[in-house]
Design a protein around this ligand. Structure first.
Ligand code: UDP
Length: 323
């Protein structure tokens, strides 16, 4: 197949492009490199440096690459930043997303795979979080992704666009080539591994008084290659739908740090800090629907396997891609 990966120079998009190419697909990447990195672009892919804000150029790239489907990863994705600058989130994640959808329709591209998030749910009433639970985002990031999901549904109903929206829990780990390097790193695992590498003096633990067994927040970490595999499966179904995507397991912040110590063999000093605003105590996915309907199965179910892959990548890129 011919696939256009929008945001293919970012963390998740780069690994998806790599796996699509490994499977023999033809891949083009569109990225404005605001968050993505030139070195994260698989050299086998054709690259268009462009911004979805530019409607004419977006349409011309869609016409030029004539893909069978588009995977859309290009978004702003920091909860804290979205609370300070909601305009950026609604512009990038909603308005620019509409530009992409309209270009798809104009170019006759029938299918979109969308990168959504568990942040659309807000604090859950029960665990694990399945697709029937109410969507009540508590920040503009989650709201922007939920808004785009609703727009997708209407474009499906009115224009016949086929789509699959995948709501990720905590993406982690690395492929052999590509890994996690955000310009502003707020995520737990890369921050812990930077301490292991001596790039940072200590890791901060945000909140130790949560109602969890060790007092720190619990998250469902899912390996990036398993996420990418779900996107590739989503290409193979004609049905539109929304799917939650995690491993169904939960690890606390302290468990993640301990596992990083074991994998790296380094001390990793930590400091206990107050809670970070907006962090729910526990987020765990039910992925039963995607397993049942698309036959998805995670290959990396243990936190240790996820961290081992991340540690390998961080050792190869201790200062990230730009170094
Ligand atoms: N966290 C932490 N120290 C850090 C980064 C994150 O204690 O340096 C905690 C954060 O408060 C949350 C968990 O680790 O409870 C996962 O955070 P992350 O930002 O990786 O993902 P999120 O679940 O917020 O999307």
């Amino acid at each position: 197949m011919k696939i256009l990966v929008v945001g293919g120079a970012g963390y998740i998009g780069s690994v998806c492009a790599e796996l699509l190419l490994d499977d023999g697909n033809e891949v083009a990447i569109l990225d404005n490199l605001s968050e993505g990195h030139r070195r994260a672009i698989d050299p086998r892919a054709k690259f268009f440096e462009a911004d979805l804000e530019d409607r004419a150029r977006t349409l011309s790239i869609l016409r030029d690459s004539a893909p069978d489907a588009v995977m859309h990863f290009a978004a702003s994705a920091l909860v804290g930043e979205s609370m300070a600058n909601p305009s950026k989130y609604f512009r990038n994640n909603v308005a620019n997303g509409i530009n992409l959808l309209d270009a798809l329709l104009a170019a006759g591209v029938p299918r979109l795979i969308f990168s959504s998030t568990c942040a659309i749910f807000g604090p859950p009433e029960r665990l694990p979080i399945d697709e029937t639970m109410p969507t009540r985002p508590i920040n503009p990031y989650g709201e922007s992704k939920l808004t785009f999901e609703k727009i997708l549904q209407w474009y499906g109903q009115i224009h016949g666009l086929q789509f699959v929206s995948l709501r990720y829990f905590n993406a982690a780990g690395a492929s052999a080539k590509f890994g996690e390097d955000h310009r502003l790193e707020t995520h737990l695992i890369p921050n812990v591994l930077k301490v292991a590498l001596g790039e940072k003096p200590h890791v901060e633990i945000f909140g130790t008084d949560y109602d969890t067994p060790d007092g720190t927040c619990i998250r469902d970490y899912i390996h990036i290659v398993d996420l990418a595999r779900a996107h590739i499966l989503a290409l193979k179904t004609e049905k539109s739908g929304f799917y939650n995507l995690g491993t169904g397991g939960g690890s606390s912040v302290r468990e993640v740090i301990e596992c990083c110590r074991k994998v790296s063999g380094r001390g990793i000093p930590s400091l206990e800090k107050p809670r970070r605003a907006g962090d729910p105590p526990r987020l765990i996915a039910s992925s039963e629907k995607i397993k049942r309907e698309l036959g998805w199965r995670p290959q990396f179910e243990s936190l240790q396997a996820i961290i081992e892959s991340a540690w390998k990548w961080h050792q190869n890129f201790p200062r990230g891609y730009e170094d």
